[in-house]
Design a protein around this ligand. Structure first.
Ligand code: BGC
Length: 419
């Protein structure tokens, strides 16, 4: 009996480690994602309701952890166990890697029927198609080079919106003098790397960003501009409160919402948290591009990678894909999520000032060649390189790498090793 109990406990533990078995019901669709914050949960409910309207049931597989590293680790384990979900949230090169390994579905019939080719912007197609086949469905376009300011706190410290890094430092000095935390940082490697993406662009401009963090050009990575970027990172981080290590991104957003901090430098998923707290753009908070990056968009997009599932699951998977791509869902979802639609044929009418800016900026940056892939979130390069980048940036932020010179040397080495 004891033996049986131990066995049962062991199986239960394994079930926890691999959280999902295929739901047998052909009406169920198993979906993995990392949207577990207050705002994210409201946004994901829009997708769930859309699936329900089509007569299917979204079986939720949430794996908490902003940036998605925990979810991607869980996903790898599920695939290794031969037990993938029907679909999973993914970023950047991840879906392409799984496609190269022969794991993804072919959505071309649906894509053709619904005309996806004509409405999904070209840069996104690169991450949702593989060898001419649609393998993933984009829900949105996020961008990481934003800052979010508490409007009341800005007035209280007597500041104006910063347009350059120097302005930002001067503004943060004012906040400090007024006894307000100048910058709400989330101290996790992916958030630090998101911040560094913006700082690299603010320091060196879009061309430099592209060469260094998308093309991985050796001379750019080793350059004085990259050293200067690390200097600027150190300076920005020096304005954070002492407790930022390990902090979740949404807790940092909450500091701004509550007026405990002046601003947060992070992508437009922060907007979902302001919305969930009933805060209104331009009334309670202000959004703007990270100082020194106006005109450019450092983008990422949450796609749902669709796995090659058994025949009995295909209809449910197609219903999910079609739901995500519908114009109505793209609007309703992105209004809550803080991102902008992944279709070019959607009106910005319902969006607030920040949403409208997001949509307009994306269009302009795409036309001007200033649409840049976030290296932090694997739109600049595949996950192994993005991980190497996150590691070096985070070690530098937390003092394990001491100088900007050392950081540059470590970054070049880590990227080389990961190639
Ligand atoms: C995702 C966003 C998400 C954020 C925080 C990013 O990687 O692209 O959709 O809101 O992580 O969880």
């Amino acid at each position: 009996m004891k033996c049986l109990n131990t066995l049962v406990a062991g199986v239960a533990m394994m079930a926890l480690a691999t959280p999902l078995a295929y739901a047998d019901d052909a009406k169920d669709v198993n979906v993995m994602h990392w949207w577990t914050s207050g705002g994210e949960a409201k946004a994901v409910a829009v997708l769930q309701q859309g699936v329900a309207k089509q007569g299917y049931t979204w079986k939720d597989v949430p794996i908490a952890g902003g940036g998605g590293d925990a979810a991607m680790t869980a996903l790898k384990a599920m695939l290794a166990a031969g037990n993938p979900p029907d679909a999973s949230q993914m970023l950047g090169y991840t879906a392409l890697d799984y496609a190269a390994a022969g794991k993804m579905a072919d959505l071309n019939d649906l894509a053709k029927k619904e005309g996806w080719d004509a409405v999904v912007p070209e840069p996104l197609k690169k991450f949702s198609t593989y060898e001419g086949k649609w393998i993933a469905v984009p829900t949105n376009v996020h961008s990481s080079n934003w800052i979010w300011l508490n409007k009341g706190v800005l007035a209280k410290v007597g500041g104006t919106q910063p347009q350059s890094l120097d302005d930002l430092f001067a503004l943060m000095d004012k906040a400090k003098a007024a006894g307000v935390v100048p910058i709400a940082l989330g101290g996790q490697d992916w958030q630090e790397a998101v911040l560094f993406d913006s700082i690299v662009e603010a320091t060196g401009g879009p061309e430099f960003y592209k060469k260094a963090l998308n093309d991985l050009d050796d001379a750019s990575l080793k350059s004085d501009t990259m050293k200067k970027s690390f200097d600027n990172l150190k300076k920005v981080v020096s304005y954070a409160d002492p407790n930022f290590a390990g902090r979740d991104w949404n807790l940092a957003t909450a500091m701004v919402i509550k007026g405990e901090a002046l601003l947060q430098p992070i992508g437009d998923w922060a907007k979902g948290e302001f919305g969930a707290a009933n805060k209104v753009a331009d009334t309670d908070y202000l959004c703007q591009r990270f100082p020194g990056t106006d005109g450019s968009v450092i983008y990422l997009s949450d796609v749902f990678g669709m796995f090659d599932v058994p025949e009995s699951h295909k209809a449910a998977q197609v219903a999910l894909a079609s739901t995500i791509m519908s114009k109505e869902v793209q609007v309703d979802f992105n209004l809550i999520k803080g991102s902008v639609p992944a279709r070019t044929d959607v009106s910005d009418e319902k969006f607030d000032v920040c949403g409208k800016k997001g949509i307009a900026d994306l269009k302009a940056a795409n036309a001007d060649g200033k649409l840049l892939g976030s290296l932090a979130l694997t739109y600049g390069a595949p996950p192994a390189i993005s991980n190497a980048y996150k590691d070096v940036v985070s070690k530098f932020v937390h003092g394990q790498i001491k100088t900007s010179d050392e950081a540059v040397t470590e970054l070049v080495k880590a990227i080389d090793d990961a190639k």
